[in-house]
Design a protein around this ligand. Structure first.
Ligand code: E4P
Length: 218
């Protein structure tokens, strides 16, 4: 099981890396914009900066919607750093691009996945990762965790090697539930990762131990 952090914020990436549990990073154009990263040169440099903080895979998303554009952009992104994974949306051109990248030894993350059928095509094209968006499905009255479970069942049945990233994670229970159904990766905001630590009995226990120690030792 792997933890990715879903952000382009360097301070948060560093904090998760220093925690010692980080396996990679996912970004998207919205997350890059949130950090105020603009202009081709700065965007590419930001991906390199992220790669220099973490040891694992770093997903960088293409903006193009046509096959040729995706290939051009994806090659440029992949050339930036060996840790870069090219993130491609699950469209007709996207699936063709994933197949091309697979055949050319470039890792991919098939994104914006909301159905088993989409995940099936991503795996057939040889995607390294597939990203079902749990939170966005839940936002639309559909069980996101259930989709993750169904994709995993199909992948296991046919022995596909594509790894399932539970994406669009909003909170700790999304992480726990996705792990319970066997997701390979959860890509999460830092707050959700740190939220896993929270339990009032832990806080009460620590306070009690310190108080008891002080009673005897002053
Ligand atoms: C995953 O790779 C996506 O970038 C991300 O998880 C989307 O999350 P959101 O629905 O919170 O925007």
């Amino acid at each position: 099981m792997k933890f990715f952090i879903d952000t382009a914020n360097l301070a948060q990436i560093k904090e998760a890396q220093e925690l010692g549990i980080l396996d990679g990073v996912t970004t998207n154009p919205s997350l890059m914009a949130k950090e105020g990263i603009k202009g081709q040169k700065n965007i590419l440099q930001h991906y390199v900066n992220i790669c220099n903080i973490v040891d694992g895979d770093v997903s960088a998303e293409v903006i193009s919607t046509d096959f040729e554009g995706m290939i051009k952009e994806g090659k440029k992104l992949a050339a930036l750093h060996p840790q870069i994974v090219v993130k491609v949306p699950v469209t007709k051109d996207g699936i063709k691009a994933i197949k091309y990248f697979t055949d050319n030894g470039i890792k991919t993350n098939c994104t914006l996945v909301f159905s088993v059928g989409q995940a099936l095509l991503a795996a057939k094209a040889g995607a390294t990762y597939v990203s079902p968006f749990v939170g966005r499905l839940d936002d639309n009255s559909t069980d996101g965790v259930e989709l993750v479970e169904r994709i995993i069942d199909v992948y296991n049945y046919y022995e596909f090697e594509t790894q399932v990233i539970a994406a669009s994670i909003r909170h700790t229970m999304h992480i726990v539930k996705c792990m319970e159904v066997g997701a390979d990766v959860a890509t999460c905001p830092l707050s959700a990762i740190l939220g896993l630590l929270n339990h009032p009995l832990t806080d009460i226990g620590i306070a009690q131990f310190i108080a008891d120690y002080k009673k005897v030792n002053g």
